[in-house]
Design a protein around this ligand. Structure first.
Ligand SMILES: [Zn+2]
Length: 302
């Protein structure tokens, strides 16, 4: 299966720029444990492979670079960049662990795989190693991590490695929801909401006034913010407004990826907006007043 797609740069410019500026920084200022969450695992994987390319490129990381590392990553043959799932591991037949049972189908990334990673990392590498953890079906379609395919016993075996990996090693986890991954892993990772569609060419005109410099709104004006938000939601529909808010915030992230403090704030608030959007699409949905109150308080009071 082909997972690399160079269009990721146009699809998610704000996140690609953010990681590129961190990687170009002389201190390689990006977390070695990264968690992506959202509905679209394929897009998350494209972003993870682009990060792997930027980490390994021997030239400037330009999108048409033809260095050996870039070519390998596009062809998915790079020796140190691995998409790691429960199915991508062959173990010695005498060593079948209990977790799989005898019924065939391997259901998780097991402890033997974890041990395999640990011994692999004990050997130094000339490359920047990137392990992308997710799941896939037999046909190669990517699926999110959850507590069944990436169980606690496996993450515990790797916890120390996630915390203090050898030099030039990055772990990336792909999932739908942060709650689907063991909390000890989430707490060690920097997490990013990854939207499922092209976020660079979408409108936000309905929320522009509401969100203009919202991070400077005084705490005691939170109720005004809440009322304005609720008005927009009641007149235009909750999902429309929350999606426009996401578009606007992604636009700000794209333009402010060098302002680390604002970028982090937007990243956090984006998670709150995504939560609100989910609450509005529950059956039955939560009521708009409650959703807007929660969201306003999280965004303005932090
Ligand atoms: Zn290159």
């Amino acid at each position: 299966m082909q997972y690399y797609d160079k269009n990721i740069i146009q699809k998610l410019p704000q996140l690609v720029d953010y990681f590129k500026s961190g990687i170009d920084d002389e201190n390689k200022n990006i977390s070695h444990c990264i968690l992506f969450w959202g509905a679209d695992i394929q897009t998350q994987c494209e972003l993870a492979l682009e990060i792997a390319r930027l980490l390994n490129c021997k030239e400037s990381g330009s999108d048409n670079c033809e260095c050996l590392n870039c070519r390998w990553i596009r062809e998915q043959t790079h020796p140190a960049v691995k998409i790691y799932t429960r199915l991508d591991y062959k173990e010695a037949s005498e060593n079948i662990s209990d977790e799989e049972g005898s019924s065939g189908g391997k259901k998780n990334i097991n402890v033997a795989q974890a041990r395999g990673i640990i011994s692999e990392l004990a050997v130094t590498s000339d490359y920047h190693r990137v392990y992308i953890f997710c799941d896939r079906d037999e046909d190669g379609n990517l699926l999110p991590l959850n507590k069944i395919n990436f169980p606690e016993v496996t993450s515990n075996a790797l916890l120390k490695t996630f915390e203090e990996p050898p030099q030039n090693t990055t772990f990336i986890f792909l999932t739908n929801d942060k709650n689907d991954v063991i909390s000890t892993v989430v707490s060690r990772a920097q997490s990013f909401f990854v939207p499922s569609k092209n976020s660079s060419a979408q409108n936000y005109e309905l929320v522009e006034n509401l969100l203009n410099n919202y991070w400077n709104i005084e705490r005691n004006n939170v109720l005004d913010f809440e009322n304005n938000l609720l008005n927009l939601v009641e007149n235009n529909g909750a999902v429309e407004i929350f999606e426009q808010m996401e578009n606007y915030m992604f636009m700000l992230m794209k333009n402010n990826f060098e302002n680390k403090i604002l970028f982090q704030r937007l990243l956090k608030d984006l998670e709150h907006v995504e939560t609100a959007k989910r609450q509005a699409t529950l059956t039955p949905p939560m009521n708009d007043t409650t959703i807007c109150e929660n969201l306003a308080f999280k965004m303005i009071l932090g």
